[in-house]
Design a protein around this ligand. Structure first.
Ligand SMILES: Cc1ncc(COP(=O)(O)O)c(C=O)c1O
Length: 401
């Protein structure tokens, strides 16, 4: 925690770091317990010599221009780094921007990305519609192939990208195993930790090189901002920061303030959401209109043992296959009264989404099969309302489907 400008590592628990982490008392004038928002695009030099010394790299802590750095944004970065137990962090204008910066930093034309095929659909699109045009191709591997990465990787393979739990079916990947095989395969490992949040899982402690977040989700926590984050070593993050500064994927200070404010309650929110999700998953497991529940907190879920080992909770997302197909799903969605139909997750409110028409829209049948997404698949991003109300609403809607 950097409050009072000290950095005693691991002195405070994560819930305390969520509240106080990243704050600098000298940036909180008049004894304010909340940092001001530095709504400024640029920073004035005191004199010509200061400008010259900045340009020569002699004033490393000075602020220059908010696309490069801003104190409000820097506070959010320090808080995220402390929550993830990482050396440092970069925040960006969205999770997708963080994905872009990570990959553009590690790869150049001619290189290959290896990505798990169970990942957020938007990440697949960045890989296949942006990076492929820049001469960086992606090889997708199934979960079962991950232990063989050392054999799969070629001389141009640079990075392995994966998610756990993976969107939308909560498939679980073994972090220790990935760290091991990536070391053998000389691949830089990056995990999208959005579904777990640092409250449930800290991949760097397992040896993963870098962690990416859609901070739009649990870190922000209130569905009122779009942001992303990367955490990792100083060396990697400083290179990613150069990419971000040059392409302008910077987060605005107003959004950075909301992000820091949201993170103060992340430990409470994520625990409440996990409790609700487990209760919902158990209720849906018994429902006659539900063909299958995907939730690693259920004892019969294929990811249960691994999730119990590497996570301190099972997450706030519950996916199901509805008996029937799109017509039954349509009735379900149209019968929901409390739960809103919207993409995204990690907010305080429960949302229902249909991957076929949201995160996985436009995917080929083969890609859908690999991701396990069908016309029956529905995803609930469980919020922090009363579990009884969430369960009652989804159950009555399923009864009508
Ligand atoms: C797992 C995951 N990763 C990345 C993203 C992209 O984040 P953003 O929407 O903030 O760009 C999302 C968005 O839904 C997501 O669910």
């Amino acid at each position: 925690m950097t409050a009072n400008n000290s950095t005693p590592e691991n002195k405070f628990s994560q819930a305390t770091l969520a509240v106080h982490g990243g704050e600098l008392t000298h940036e909180q004038p008049h004894g304010a317990v909340v940092s001001p928002v530095f709504h400024t695009a640029t920073f004035a030099f005191e004199n010509f010599d200061q400008m010259r010394r900045y340009a020569r790299g002699e004033l490393t802590d000075a602020y220059f221009y908010s696309r490069y750095a801003n104190p409000t944004v820097a506070e959010a970065e320090r808080k995220i780094a402390e929550l993830e137990g990482a050396e440092t962090a970069l925040v960006t204008s969205s999770g997708s921007a963080a994905t872009f910066c990570a990959l553009a930093t590690v790869c150049q034309a001619g290189d290959e990305v290896i990505a798990c095929d169970s990942i957020y659909g938007g990440t697949v699109k960045v890989l296949t519609k942006v990076f492929s045009h820049l001469g960086i191709n992606t090889r997708f591997v199934s979960l079962d192939e991950i232990p063989n990465l050392a054999e799969i990787a070629g001389e141009h393979s640079r990075v392995f990208w994966f998610e756990t739990p993976a969107n939308p079916l909560n498939r679980i990947v073994d972090l220790d195993m990935v760290a091991d095989v990536c070391r053998q395969a000389k691949l830089f490992s990056v995990v999208d930790n959005t579904f777990a949040s640092p409250v449930l899982q800290r991949p760097i402690e397992h040896g993963i090189d870098a962690v990416m977040h859609s901070a739009t989700k649990y870190l922000g926590g209130h569905s009122d901002l779009t942001a992303g984050a990367l955490t990792g070593s100083k060396e990697f993050i400083e290179r990613a920061r150069q990419t971000s500064v040059m392409v302008g994927t910077t987060l605005d200070p107003a959004a950075a303030y909301l992000l820091s404010r949201g993170m103060k309650t992340v430990a409470l929110r994520v625990r409440a959401s996990c409790d609700n999700a487990l209760a919902l998953a158990r209720a849906l497991h018994k429902h006659p209109k539900v063909a299958r529940v995907y939730y690693p907190g259920l004892e019969d879920d294929p990811g249960h043992a691994l999730a119990s080992r590497q996570m301190s909770g099972f997450g706030g997302v519950v996916a199901i296959d509805v008996v029937g197909g799109e017509p039954e799903v349509e009735t379900l969605f149209n019968s929901l009264e409390l739960v809103r139909t919207a993409p995204s997750l990690g907010g305080v409110e429960t949302l229902a989404s249909y991957p076929l028409y949201s995160s996985h829209a436009g995917f080929s049948d083969q890609q859908l099969e690999a991701a396990g997404v069908s016309a029956a698949t529905v995803r609930f991003a469980v919020g922090i309302e009363a579990a009884t109300d969430i369960i009652a609403d989804i159950t009555q809607a399923l009864d009508k489907s």
